[in-house]
Design a protein around this ligand. Structure first.
Ligand SMILES: Nc1ncnc2c1ncn2[C@@H]1O[C@H](COP(=O)(O)OP(=O)(O)OP(=O)(O)O)[C@@H](O)[C@H]1O
Ligand SMILES: [Mg+2]
Length: 1078
């Protein structure tokens, strides 16, 4: 098949017919042909409805890969070609989704592949169920319990190299999600006789070979073992090596598995010590020894082995030796010890070995259970996997085969009960039209074996418990008596003459016609094996060891717990446990895997038709197919059917109020399922074709998805709506609060504003009123006041003349007038002289006239001065004015001033108009001469003085020669800008001229004169009259003059007197003219 192709039906690319129900025509031949055809094409699985037939391929097929697991995962049973995975998946999903406990019943004869099938189922379930660290550990432990149990419980037999020599039922427990929680293993009757003896060509349990091959040198030394198999009596030598089996590697696997399952290192050690002890027990040999009293006794031949065993188990050698030599029987509080002969000693040895091993095996199972036990107490879903030893027919069949085959009978029984009988009976009960299909019911064989009164097991028990000599022969005799009439029982000794001449049936045998064939059982050992006798001395000896494990294995050896009661026989124990198992299986939903062995040679590609045909017959497969073909694939009570599919129809969903049957009818009609596809029973609906069921399941699955979406939708809607409503409610609350808040704020604002306005208005009104009232009051008061004043005035006017107060005032005024009069008259008398310089003034007579007195003094002085001034002529006034001007210009500024005060300004000192010498000069000057005097003109170049006439008129001043009266320079007063003098007593002065004027051609003039004060005052006044401007008079000890182009500094220094009071001028340099002042 191409990888991209997807299989949707088991009909796709089918080899033969995948489901035998579809075989046409259906005969045994076509059935076998179909199986063979498929087997030849590597299709080892074939269905009969839901039952899987598995034909052992005896080779590894590539059909168990992880891809295959994925392919079959969550697919419908009939979707893909038949496979054990499809069954496992169906069972697991039914367990997980429908909460139905499951059991996988794997049947078939020895070597048919049951154990392999059980492992495949377990590994598939492990692969598809939940994941996670914890879950994975549980899975690992469950899976790894297999190699451990196989090592100790499986052995090579003639029919199977890995034959299970014990029955195993494993419950795997799951939680509600389908995750594995743990498991419980039940074991059934280990074939312990194999420990001490194996049929030809077979082997002891694998563990012995594995230990010897795989154990390290140290380990073997520690266990006191030799590596060679031939060293041990208990190991069958002719098939010690099995082809394709690596015991050493398997030993490592087992040890590893034990570790994973949870065995502690010391526990593994203890287990191996017991295994070694069992092996070594076989090497203990006895020799006869005759005693005087004629009783046979035995002795251990070589005590070395015994010693080693005792060392291994921490045992006192003497105790064990005694236990091998004596047997103590207790009866009525008496202890009787008898010696054991050689045969008894061997029996005791083997019994001990078998018991030791058997108990070890049970301990192992319990220990594993402890590890894989589910850790929670929650309700568990259970999937049971039953892998029991297959039906076997050996050359020499003994008690074990009898028990094994009985177990297989019981399983066949349960198969018949559930698939053939019950199903057919149900059709009839449910009123479905049905033609009965014949099949062989093996209940009769089960009855022969297990009947409580006359069943073979009951007989055996009876025989074992009977006092007196009991042998296997007496047991056979009993059987012959009781069971001879049974149609399925054959015996030579039987009264029935049928087998008297049957030479194939030896005398010490009986034969049972099992459902799977006739099996001849040798009675030898039946009684012993059923009794399972272990001498008490041995169990007590075992209890006494220091070996923890061995001690625990023999609790009955404890003298304190000693009981005289016989333990239940092996047969009855097995019967009871099988009964429990059957009950357990009946409560679960069965899934069948029917294994078929294609050949006896354990080889691939060989399909021995006769052998397969035999198995097909005894397994009742043909009947199975027929019942399936005639019947219905699926049945279900109406209630559960309606409950499961009611969502597929609008009328039944979500509630159907009427009967469930009507509901199912409505449902199926609505779904338009063809009427031939189903039948209505009394309480159940029967669906013919699995395909219909799968269709329903598919519809349901899709509908469930829709419903999930719907629920999700409604839930989301609800959630959103609730959320929305909550938000809306919240929004309303918030907005209500906000509105309230704002309205309140607004209201409060309005209120406060109103209050303010109100208060203002009230205030204003009140004030207005107050004003009015005040005004009114004021008017009233004013009127009253006016009236009062008026009246007062009138009264006062009328009565004033009568007031004494007025007299005081008049007197006062009179006195003041008199005083003033007297003051003035006296002042007149005492007036000082009229001289303006007079400063005296009469003393003040009255204090209150102080200001008047001072004022009068001032006024009198002013008047006196006026009178004085009034005496002066205009000429004199002019002289005083000039003096006043001089005082303003120089007083306190130039030291020379003081000298000038007392000298009157004469002006014309030269009497120029009278002096004929100056006639010419006066002729030249037209104007009135204001000043004429001789001054020293300072030479600009050397500072030397030369006398010159200085003449001032109203417009000019002139410099003329003193002798000739010749005018040297005429300078308009308007060209004079300023005058400079020193602060000192000297008479030097500089006349500064306007720059650029004709007079200024030679520069400023420097003169000296004793009448400097008068000259400058007059010059100043003349210029003022002429120009109405006051020239600057600079009074400084250092000033600049302009000579020609140079600015020369005139500097006054204190020096010795040279020529009278005149200063000595000296031109120092271009810039400096030094004037020495005395
Ligand atoms: N599906 C399979 N694929 C490959 N080999 C298989 C398969 N089934 C069985 N075998 C082979 O057949 C042998 C016997 O199978 P298995 O041990 O399962 O038989 P059994 O039915 O358990 O026998 P018994 O009753 O003796 O225990 C296996 O060891 C294996 O070699
Ligand atoms: Mg097996």
């Amino acid at each position: 098949m191409m990888k991209s192709e997807v299989k949707t039906s088991l009909l796709d690319n089918m080899i033969g017919v995948g489901d035998s129900v579809l075989l046409e025509p259906l005969t045994e031949d076509t059935f076998l042909e179909n199986l063979k055809n498929r087997f030849d094409h590597r299709e080892i699985y074939t269905y009969i409805g839901s039952v899987v037939i598995s034909v052992n391929p005896y080779r590894q097929l590539p059909i168990y890969t992880p891809d295959k697991v994925e392919e079959y995962r969550n697919r419908n049973f009939y979707e893909l070609s038949p496979h054990i995975y499809a069954l496992a998946d169906e069972a697991y999903r039914s367990l997980r989704d429908q909460d139905k406990d499951q059991c996988i019943l794997i049947t078939g004869e020895s070597g048919a592949g049951k154990t392999e099938a059980s492992k495949l189922v377990m590994s598939y379930v492990a692969a598809v169920c939940g994941k996670g660290a914890e879950v994975n550990q549980v899975k690992e432990q469950l899976l790894q319990s297999n190699p451990v149990l196989e090592a100790f419980g499986n052995a090579k037999t003639m029919r199977n190299d890995n034959s299970s020599r014990f029955g195993k039922y494993m419950d795997i427990e799951f939680d509600f999600k389908g995750d594995p929680l743990g498991g419980v293993i039940s074991n059934y009757l280990l074939e312990k006789s194999r420990v001490v003896k194996q049929p030809r060509g077979e082997r002891n349990f694998h563990i012995f070979y594995q230990l010897l091959s795989g154990g390290s040198e140290d380990l073997l030394k520690q266990l006191k073992l030799e590596r060679e198999f031939n060293q041990y009596n208990y190991l069958c030598l002719d098939s010690a090596k099995v082809n394709g089996v690596d015991d050493a590697a398997n030993f490592r696997t087992v040890k590893n598995a034990m570790q994973i399952v949870g065995f502690m290192d010391d526990e593994v050690e203890l287990v191996l010590e017991v295994v070694a002890a069992v092996l070594k027990l076989g090497n203990i040999e006895f020799k006869p020894e005759s005693r005087v009293n004629g009783l046979d006794e035995s002795r251990i031949q070589d005590k070395n082995e015994l010693k080693e065993i005792c060392e291994l188990l921490g045992q006192d050698q003497a105790v064990l030796e005694r236990a091998f030599s004596f047997r103590t029987v207790e009866a009525k509080q008496e202890k009787v010890s008898t010696t054991l002969n050689v045969a008894q000693a061997y029996y005791a040895r083997d019994a001990l070995a078998k018991n030791l091993y058997n108990r070890l095996f049970t301990w192992l199972v319990n220990r594993i259970n402890e590890s894989i036990k589910a850790q929670t107490k929650v309700r568990k879903k259970v999937m049971g996997v039953l892998d029991i030893y297959g039906f076997e027919i050996f050359e020499n069949n003994s008690f074990e085969q009898f028990i094994i085959n009985y177990c297989n009978e019981k399983l066949q029984q349960i198969f018949i009960e559930l698939t053939l009988k019950e199903e057919q009976e149900e059709y009839i009960k449910e009123g479905i039209e049905w033609t009965h299909i014949e099949y062989f019911n093996n209940a009769i064989i089960c009855e022969l074996i297990e009947n409580n009164t006359n069943g073979i097991l009951a007989m055996l028990d009876e025989e074992c418990l009977r006092p007196g000599t009991v042998t296997d022969e007496t047991f056979l005799e009993k059987l012959n008596q009781i069971c001879a009439v049974h149609e399925r029982f054959e015996s030579r000794m039987s009264k029935s003459s049928r087998f008297l001449n049957d030479t194939t049936l030896p005398h010490n045998c009986f034969r049972i016609q099992h459902y799977a064939g006739k099996v001849m059982y040798h009675v030898e050992g039946f009684v012993d094996k059923n009794n399972d006798l272990l001498y008490r001395d041995l169990s007590q000896a075992m209890w006494k060891t220091n070996h923890v494990l061995v001690k625990a294995l023999f609790p009955e050896g404890n003298p304190a717990k000693m009981s005289l009661k016989r333990p239940p026989t092996a047969g009855s124990q097995f019967k009871a446990s099988v009964a429990t198992l059957m009950k357990n299986l009946q409560t679960k939903n069965p899934n069948y895997i029917r294994c078929i062995k294609p050949n006896d040679q354990k080889t691939p590609h060989v399909f021995t038709e006769a052998l397969v045909c035999h198995q097909v017959r005894y397994l009742g497969l043909m009947e199975n197919v027929r019942v399936r073909r005639a019947g219905y694939a699926f049945k279900q009570p109406y209630e559960s059917c309606l409950e499961r599919y009611k969502m597929l129809c609008s009328q039944t969903w979500p509630h159907w109020r009427q009967g469930a049957r009507d509901g199912v009818k409505v449902l199926l009609t609505e779904l338009q399922i063809p009427p031939e596809e189903f039948s209505y029973g009394r309480s159940k609906i029967f669906i013919r074709n699995p395909r219909t069921l799968f269709e329903l399941e598919d519809l349901r699955k899709r509908r469930l998805e829709d419903l999930a979406t719907l629920i999700q939708k409604i839930y989301r809607g609800w959630k959103c709506r609730t959320h929305f409503l909550l938000m809306k409610k919240s929004q309303i609350t918030i907005s209500a609060w906000t509105k309230r808040h704002f309205q309140r704020k607004k209201y409060l604002h309005l209120k406060s504003v109103t209050l303010i306005i109100q208060s203002y208005i009230r205030g204003w009104k009140a004030r207005k009123l107050l004003r009015e009232l005040k005004y009114q009051k004021l008017c009233e008061e004013s009127a009253t006041t006016i009236a009062a004043y008026w009246r007062g005035f009138q009264v006062r006017r009328e009565y004033r003349k009568f007031f004494r107060a007025n007299a005081g005032r008049k007197i006062y005024e009179f006195i003041v007038q008199r005083i003033m009069q007297k003051y003035f008259l006296e002042l007149k008398k005492k007036l000082p002289s009229m001289s303006p310089t007079e400063t005296t003034w009469p003393a003040q007579p009255y204090l209150f006239l102080d200001n008047t007195h001072t004022e009068l003094k001032r006024i009198f002085h002013l008047w006196r001065c006026k009178k004085y001034r009034d005496q002066f002529t205009a000429q004199k006034r002019a002289i005083f004015e000039e003096k006043l001007e001089a005082s303003e210009l120089f007083k306190d500024k130039k030291a020379l001033y003081a000298n000038s005060v007392s000298q009157p300004f004469q002006g014309d000192y030269l009497e120029i108009s009278k002096n004929p010498k100056y006639q010419k000069l006066t002729g030249a000057v037209e104007e009135k001469i204001l000043l004429a005097d001789v001054v020293n003109k300072i030479n600009r170049a050397n500072g030397k003085g030369a006398p010159r006439i200085f003449l001032l008129t109203q417009s000019n001043f002139f410099i003329a020669d003193q002798k000739s009266g010749q005018i040297k320079s005429t300078i308009p007063v308007m060209d004079i800008t300023s005058v400079s003098v020193s602060k000192q007593t000297d008479g030097l002065f500089a006349v500064h001229l306007k720059e650029g004027s004709t007079a200024a051609a030679k520069g400023d003039f420097l003169f000296t004169s004793d009448r400097l004060i008068e000259i400058i005052t007059k010059l100043y006044r003349t210029i003022f009259f002429k120009t109405n401007q006051k020239i600057n008079v600079e009074i400084n000890n250092e000033f600049l003059v302009q000579f020609n182009q140079d600015k020369v500094c005139v500097k006054f220094i204190q020096g010795a007197q040279k020529n009278g009071n005149l200063p000595a001028c000296k031109r120092k340099n271009n810039r400096l003219l030094e004037v020495t002042v005395p």
